[in-house]
Design a protein around this ligand. Structure first.
Ligand code: ADP
Length: 257
């Protein structure tokens, strides 16, 4: 992976500018600084390795050299209207790239992509506001592409997998990257539609199953996973048969065993 091969892979896409790093702390940090200094819509920071990749609440996201995809996309949305669907936009686009390769990805609400029930990708959304208007959104996506990218099992709370392992065949990182971006640009134009919401909902992992919602290792809710509200928040059916909505935030979903 280098600046030239990236430019070639992305040549047919209507993107902004591209910054590539062999190694960086966090692509989201670089994208946040770049967006602040005026990077245009759909500019991208891509790195071969992240040494301080972040999940939510500063949990670590591992991006070892030469085997994963780690990138951050700068979006300057026209209004705040559909901001809450942006995590779905990222998740659906990453899922599309797996489906195109014959895999059956699922979205572990709100921000993870599962293959064979294991985590293959994570998404970290960060937005910067001026008063009640959003200035820009950074979509950070980390994907385990080649086998070597999967962190050791003993370091994880939820099992991990790579696209290559799920597929049982080699995967080209830049082809996967270009496919995700192609899908994201297309789906962005449809983010307001009910079709978008339905497709997002259909990919949800654990639908119809009893799940726990946890925050910092604390159980905060549980119920049967029903689907999504229009803003992408999650619907559970609780033990009293009432629909409960779970808002975005630092919550994680676990199937009840
Ligand atoms: P959650 O698992 O609660 O959704 P995050 O979305 O914040 O958490 O993701 C961070 C977590 O993902 C880390 O705490 C770590 O357990 C796990 N993780 C880190 N790197 C990887 C990776 N490359 N593949 C799969 N899981 C990872």
């Amino acid at each position: 992976m280098n600046q030239q091969s990236i430019q070639t892979a992305l040549s047919s896409l209507p993107i902004g500018d591209v910054r590539y790093y062999d190694s960086i702390g966090s692509t989201n940090d670089d994208a946040l600084a770049w967006a602040k200094s005026g990077a245009p819509d759909l500019s991208i920071v891509l790195a071969d390795e992240q040494t301080a990749g972040r999940g939510r609440l500063n949990r670590k996201w591992m991006t070892p050299k030469g085997s994963a995809l780690a990138f951050s996309l700068i979006l300057r949305p026209p209004s705040r209207t559909h901001l809450s669907r942006t995590v779905g936009l990222a998740a659906l686009s990453a899922a599309d790239s797996c489906q195109m390769r014959g895999l059956s990805p699922q979205i572990k609400w709100p921000n993870d992509i599962l293959l064979n029930g294991k985590k293959a990708a994570g998404i970290l959304l960060e937005s910067v506001w001026s008063g009640s208007e959003v200035n820009y959104v950074i979509i950070g996506i980390g994907i385990n592409v080649l086998k070597e990218s999967t962190p050791p099992a003993e370091t994880l709370k939820f099992p991990a997998i790579s696209v290559e392992e799920a597929l049982g065949a080699p995967v080209d990182r830049l082809e996967l990257f270009a496919d995700i971006l192609t899908s994201l640009i297309k789906r962005r134009a449809e983010i307001n539609t009910s079709n978008f919401l339905n497709q997002w909902e259909q990919l949800l992992a654990f639908r119809g199953q009893f799940v726990h919602i946890i925050n910092n290792d604390q159980l905060i809710n549980s119920g049967v996973l029903r689907g999504l509200n229009a803003d992408g928040s999650l619907q559970l059916i609780n033990s009293e048969d009432k629909i409960v909505s779970i808002q975005f935030g630092d919550v994680s979903l676990r199937p009840a065993v």
